[in-house]
Design a protein around this ligand. Structure first.
Ligand SMILES: [Fe+2]
Ligand SMILES: [Fe+2]
Length: 207
């Protein structure tokens, strides 16, 4: 069992501020508040809400990118030291592992927080099948939070006009996959494709 070192949001935010750039720090705070708003907006309840004085969306938003500025080498080394399984995709693009490494660092900071929060942090970049409301809200918030320069108010409204959180996440995912394809920057990972398929099985469409 890991030992708790951090007990409050203030301590958690200060540590984040010392660890990442100003831009990433503000992005993380934006994800925290936006994830909470998204959960509230869609009246979601399928997630573990509280743990030890922390609320799921705020906690996950603050820590989700705490490892994002580690180098590829540092991410790979961290995973190797902890025997964290890396897929061939992770090895090819180690940045994909920053969610899992952030989740592990969070564990070192606050102790054994809920496993569903850990899973939400692990999949926040690419998504995966079987995401609960927290994981979906974190995924959406990461894309639409207010400091995202590429996001327009019109697009935000489009996502939030979805019938439910599943469809909202589905729209975000489809746009991300389309963007990756167009820019050739990144191929849709198996996690993203699994997320797409699982949301389609729940009846999601893009319209
Ligand atoms: Fe991230
Ligand atoms: Fe992020």
């Amino acid at each position: 069992m890991s030992k708790q070192r951090i007990f409050t949001y203030e301590e958690l935010s200060s540590l984040l501020k010392e660890t990442v750039s100003e831009k990433r720090y503000l992005h993380s705070l934006g994800v925290a508040t936006t994830a909470a708003e998204v959960l509230e907006y869609f009246s979601c309840s399928d997630y573990v809400r509280h743990w030890n004085g922390f609320e799921a969306p705020f906690f996950c938003g603050i820590v989700h990118d705490i490892a994002r500025e580690k180098t590829d080498q540092e991410l790979l080394e961290f995973c190797r030291r902890r025997n964290i399984f890396l897929s061939a995709e992770d090895v090819k693009a180690p940045v994909l592992a920053h969610g899992t490494v952030s989740a592990e660092i969070a564990m070192d900071l606050v102790g054994n927080y809920p496993f569903s929060w850990y899973k939400a942090l692990c999949v926040h970049t690419t998504g995966n099948a079987g995401m609960d409301d927290l994981a979906l809200a974190l995924f959406v918030a990461d894309y639409i939070e207010p400091t995202r320069r590429f996001m327009t108010d019109e697009r935000r409204k489009f996502y939030l006009s979805s019938a439910n959180l599943w469809q909202c996440a589905y729209r975000v995912l489809c746009d991300m996959i389309k963007h990756w394809k167009e820019t050739g920057y990144f191929q849709a990972s198996s996690g993203s494709l699994a997320m797409k398929e699982s949301l389609e099985r729940r009846g999601c469409t893009y319209e």
